[in-house]
Design a protein around this ligand. Structure first.
Ligand SMILES: C[S@@+](CC[C@H](N)C(=O)[O-])C[C@H]1O[C@@H](n2cnc3c(N)ncnc32)[C@H](O)[C@@H]1O
Length: 372
């Protein structure tokens, strides 16, 4: 597999001069680009537009922020009550993104964007603090290495760069593929750790239609060019589901591959998902009806919804189904009076008799609900 060093070198070059080979055409919202300095737009190495998923007031974390383009776009959407954190491991990229901070601060009216140095596969480590520590305590032998390792464990525990459950929306644009395969699961688990319960992810990345063979992964140009580190299209979704996200789906899918190498198609796609709330599963009388067109569907938590049947749900699942990405597929039924006796959620597929929900409030107009 190609070394991490080639990724550092390639993006240091990309911070100095525009690298046309790394640019994948993306249709961004031009009204958000209008405020951005031209150099940031030119040094765009993204493959999608996760800024489309940002909401007012969000705390957003952009993994592998590069020049800061998505951060500065997101900052316009989150408004003065939101915050945007851009994370990157590359000093040259961080210098480029930070160069425009004063200009953007005066355009936005405050300093709602900050950039931090870290690794997306371990969001606990503050690499700037580590650089400072290393300058004062260089590693010269095994004893100083042990000292560094215990400093790092302590720093990660006491002062994690990104805290647990602290982010409303994690975005990333063409970065996950650059992380070594052996660290990809750890990276997705880290994303899950930092997202608030009920929070979201929107990840634009390159995926492959077939598994990428080792000789392509070993090619440093293909790897650092966001090609051969791509996860296979099904593997990408499974990795997010296994980390604990629900409602995991491909929202954007480029029909034209960005590149084809040895017959393998590499294309840009955007995956979205939600970290479920930790509320207990209590049944207070809600039900949902799956509209169709399929005869039945399963969610990521193993519940089954046959078409047209009133299925009993706990309040937590109800909110997830009726207020998130699933909302267009379900009719929600809230009892006028919540059941006084609170029971644990019924087994998946339990029917709610119509006699129990007479006069209930039906939420059937998907366009009236809050978007994911
Ligand atoms: C293809 S560029 C994308 C930059 C930016 N997201 C954009 O849309 O223009 C990849 C960026 O991710 C950073 N990067 C790569 N691997 C990383 C890692 N393991 N941790 C943190 N940053 C990483 C690189 O330094 C580079 O800035």
């Amino acid at each position: 597999m190609a070394s991490k060093h080639s990724v550092l070198e390639r993006y240091s070059e990309g911070a100095q001069d525009r690298q046309p080979d790394l640019c994948c055409p993306v249709d961004y919202d031009s009204s958000l680009l209008a405020l951005l300095p031209q150099e940031i737009i030119d040094k765009d190495y993204g493959c999608g537009d996760p800024s489309r998923y940002v909401r007012k007031g969000d705390i957003v974390l952009d993994l592998g922020a590069g020049s800061g383009k998505i951060c500065y776009m997101a900052a316009q959407i989150v408004g003065k009550n939101g915050q945007v954190i851009g994370l990157d491991m590359n000093d040259d990229m961080l210098t480029l993104a930070r160069k425009y901070q004063p200009e953007m601060e005066s355009k936005l009216g405050d300093d709602r964007v900050k950039f931090v140095k870290g690794l997306i596969q371990d969001l606990t480590v503050d690499l700037e603090a580590m650089d400072k520590h290393l300058a004062e305590h260089p590693v010269t032998d095994s004893a100083s290495l042990t000292h560094l390792q215990s400093w790092q464990v302590n720093q990660s525990k006491q002062m994690p760069l990104i805290k647990d459950n602290s982010i409303d929306l994690v975005v990333s644009n063409c970065v996950l593929n650059l992380v070594q395969d052996s660290e990809k699961n750890k990276m997705i688990n880290e994303i899950f750790r930092v997202v608030k319960p009920g929070g979201r992810v929107a990840i634009s990345d390159i995926i492959s239609d077939e598994h990428v063979p080792d000789h392509l992964k070993a090619d440093p140009t293909l790897w650092s060019g966001c090609i051969s580190g791509a996860l296979q299209e099904e593997e990408m979704l499974i990795a997010f589901v296994e980390a604990g996200f629900v409602a995991v789906s491909y929202d954007k899918w480029e029909s034209e591959p960005w590149q084809v190498v040895e017959g393998i198609e590499f294309r840009s796609a955007t995956i979205t998902g939600i970290k479920p709330k930790e509320d207990p599963c209590l049944d207070v009388g809600h039900a949902v009806i799956y509209r169709g067109p399929y005869s039945k569907v399963y969610d990521d938590e193993g519940h089954v919804y046959p078409r047209g049947q009133r299925i009993a749900t706990c309040q937590r699942s109800y909110e997830l189904l009726i207020e998130s990405v699933y909302r267009e597929d379900f009719i929600g039924i809230t009892p006028r009076k919540l059941k006084p006796e609170v029971n644990w959620c019924s087994p998946a597929g339990t029917l709610r008799p119509a006699s129990e929900t007479k006069g209930a409030i039906h939420k059937g107009d998907a366009s009236n609900t809050t978007c994911c």
